[in-house]
Design a protein around this ligand. Sequence first.
Ligand SMILES: Nc1ncnc2c1ncn2[C@@H]1O[C@H](COP(=O)(O)OP(=O)(O)OP(=O)(O)O)[C@@H](O)[C@H]1O
Ligand SMILES: [Mg+2]
Length: 216
Amino acid sequence: MISGKNIHKAYGTVQVLKGVNIELTRGAVVSIVGPSGSGKSTLLHILGTLDKPDTGSVVMNDTPVNALTGKQLAAFRNKHIGFVFQFHHLLPEFSALENVCIPAWLSGRRKKETARKARELLTILGVDHRLDNKPNELSGGEQQRVAVARALINQPDIIFADEPTGNLDTTNARELHRLFFDLRDRFQQTFLIVTHNEELAQLSDRTLHMKDGLIV
Ligand SMILES: Nc1ncnc2c1ncn2[C@@H]1O[C@H](COP(=O)(O)OP(=O)(O)OP(=O)(O)O)[C@@H](O)[C@H]1O
Ligand SMILES: [Mg+2]
């Protein structure tokens, strides 16, 4: 599904990734754990095509993503990749429902069908009572769940998540984990999740440990 080879990344003189190799098979739920500053988010950004490695390659669905240019890359991302980040970047002037719909509108899907699917996702995530509210009218956990629905709306092949349950209480975190595994079972979606949640790490098919810019 995705393969990263010999990925190096430096910020100034600081070598953050020191030759990371990673392979994910379709339908795997893999978590990444490791101390703060070890390079987890940097790796996720590079695998998710949001940032470029200094050296090394990323191949997704047989496409060498390093070779794609601006527009191609944006289209590829929209179709194949979903992101859930610590800071969810919901668009403040749009409602919860609209925020979830936006990636589907961008890929040219029908409005009615998109709204139906967005409602379904928000219901599964337990925020269906907040469809018409703007992000600043939602709690942190609600905003995060809206961001999760937005990441899932285009049924991406792979979902990159950075501390997706960081703002959630135990019950909601458990629900979200259950949803991830359910989506994997139903649609063979692949998940790479940075997490400090031990329960999730244990449930995962594999746990990768990062330390000082390497998977150890
Ligand atoms: N844009 C940047 N410019 C300079 N240094 C950066 C930049 N992004 C990250 N770093 C540095 O790279 C190192 C790895 O950062 P990264 O965000 O990947 O860590 P992390 O493992 O995700 O940590 P955390 O668990 O705290 O989120 C850190 O020392 C960080 O300060
Ligand atoms: Mg991080």
